[in-house]
Design a protein around this ligand. Structure first.
Ligand SMILES: [Zn+2]
Ligand SMILES: [Zn+2]
Length: 518
């Protein structure tokens, strides 16, 4: 009954219940009891599961608030992996095995790839650094050694602190100022209401490359900021879409610098992309490189082996030009903010305003803007998004880790998709010493709060107590989604009713006077 199910999904959304729960089998090694438990999909900030996206946004706001005006140095001690981290890693291993099996069988792995990248984000958010697969591949130094020169900026002596300065006013009050900065990419042509006035002259090619490499530029900005500031600057940043569908950055910075200096840093910051040239099309249409098990990709006409990724990098000589140089535009907004003021709260709301929307989600959905987005997707179609992008074949280079079946224009990476419009990086960037807590700990805070309100103590669980396993698709023990959603909604209602009752009792109020929203 698809109709009924649609309604149920809407009801679930209203109640903040995950609409794409992942069933997992949990074995309790103390009691020996095994049961299937629905875990929220935890969709990280994309909007496929609005309730999870919303919850994520709220958690991020809490995290931002917590660290911004910290007045004592955070103590960072890596924790023992907790239960959540443990099952995430195990679950990822199982999903990877599934994905590899699907690939072996020649099946489409798009969905499983998406699950894996989602899990990697979750794992990072749970407080583990890096990716589970690790970077065992030796890092190449040659290409990065190339002219990424330090820009000409003042440099302060480093002080070993993450805290900003405070100021004491004449009446003895202590102020803890901080910054809220917005950085934007340059203009690609005049726009009105987010839509190019003249699409023919709007520089889509540049807009595409800028979006693809935006996260590198952000990294450089932070490096330069630290160099100038002279202390271990901490930040909480969000990459958000502009109306013209370019990514831009809001960044909450702990501590303060002169406004002019921030502008100077933004103006001096750039990133050079030292990739092989992608400006001359060598293979196109029916004339595409062919795969050879032994040699890799060959020129279809001459049989000549195309240079591998490493060879192509090595061929970049001293006079080579970078494929792309990315900089910020002139529009730099710097706002001073004081701890504990309504301003600070407003910035946090602003910072997370669009987190549940993807970059490519047209903000007003008008026809002109949809066409603008389509032109952007076109510009991205043959643009190499990474060293392993199949699009390199178009420019006569074998992608890194080349394998059979690659074709230009058929890259499956997020960056080329209409939802992402070139920016496939993380949406929230939090420096390591932002607060004392990981996102997982913020989650735990909320759970503890609810349990306390319900009068249950939140006993720390032994992390070794449970073993989590994925449930194979079609397992007869998993009830249909509709049944599971209904259960979750019921559970949520029960909880809320209980909480409201407790609140009412505490304040001696009439129950009906308390608003439903929690
Ligand atoms: Zn969900
Ligand atoms: Zn690609």
């Amino acid at each position: 009954m698809p109709m009924a199910r649609d309604v149920l999904v809407e009801v679930a959304k209203l109640h903040g219940v995950c609409i794409r729960p992942v069933p997992l089998r949990r074995l309790d090694i103390v009691t020996g009891k095994s049961e299937i438990i629905d875990v929220p999909c935890g969709s990280t900030l994309d909007s496929k599961c609005p309730p999870c996206a919303k919850r994520n946004r709220q958690l991020r706001m809490a995290q931002c608030r917590e660290g911004w005006h910290l007045d004592t140095e955070p103590t960072i001690t890596p924790d023992e992996p907790n239960e959540e981290q443990r099952w995430l890693v195990e679950f990822r291993a199982d999903m990877l095995a599934k994905r590899d099996a699907a690939e072996q069988a020649g099946d489409d792995t798009t969905d499983l790839d998406a699950v894996l990248s989602g899990l990697d984000e979750e794992i990072n958010a749970a407080g583990m650094r890096g990716s589970v697969t690790g970077s065992a591949v030796p890092r190449r130094t040659r290409s990065t050694r190339r002219r990424q020169d330090a820009p000409d900026l003042p440099k302060r002596k480093m002080v070993n602190t993450t805290l900003g300065r405070t100021f004491t006013s004449s009446d003895g009050r202590v102020y803890r100022p901080s910054l809220f900065v917005t950085l934007t990419l340059p203009s690609y042509g005049k726009v009105r209401e987010g839509v190019p006035i003249d699409p023919d002259t709007y520089d889509y090619a540049r807009a595409a490359r800028d979006a693809l490499h935006f996260s590198k530029l952000v990294d450089r900005f932070v490096q330069n900021l630290r160099r100038v500031a002279g202390y271990d600057v901490q930040y909480f940043a969000a990459v958000e879409p502009q109306k013209r569908l370019a990514p831009h950055l809001h960044i909450a910075i702990r501590g303060t610098l002169p406004r002019a200096e921030i502008k100077q840093i933004a103006a001096a910051t750039y990133h050079q992309v030292w990739w092989p040239s992608a400006d001359e099309v060598r293979f196109d249409g029916d004339r595409l490189p062919v795969w050879d098990e032994e040699a890799g990709y060959l020129d279809p006409a001459t049989g000549e082996v195309l240079p591998t990724w490493d060879e192509a990098l090595d061929a970049l000589d001293e006079d080579a030009e970078p494929l792309h140089v990315i900089r910020f535009g002139n529009q730099v907004d710097v706002q001073g903010v004081l701890a504990g003021t309504p301003d600070a709260d407003q910035c946090i709301r602003y910072l997370s305003k669009y987190l549940t929307k993807s970059i490519g989600e047209t903000l007003d959905g008008g026809q002109a803007q949809r066409e603008h987005a389509a032109r952007m997707v076109d510009a991205l179609r043959y643009e190499p998004c990474s060293p392993s992008c199949p699009n390199w074949l178009r420019y006569g280079v074998q992608p890194k880790n080349a394998k059979a079946g690659m074709a230009p224009g058929r890259c499956r990476s997020k960056a080329h998709k209409p939802e992402h419009l070139g920016y496939a990086g993380r949406r929230v960037l939090v420096s390591r010493k932002w607060s004392n807590k990981t996102l997982a700990e913020h989650k735990q805070d909320r759970r503890t709060w609810v349990l306390e309100a319900l009068g249950h103590a939140d006993e720390p669980t032994d992390p070794h107590r449970y073993i989590w396993r994925p449930v194979p698709a079609g397992d007869a023990n998993v009830p249909p989604l509709a049944v599971r959603l209904l259960r979750s909604v019921h559970e949520r209602q029960r909880w809320r009713a209980h909480l409201r009752e407790l609140e009412a009792r505490a304040s001696g109020q009439d129950l009906s006077a308390i608003p439903q929203a929690a």
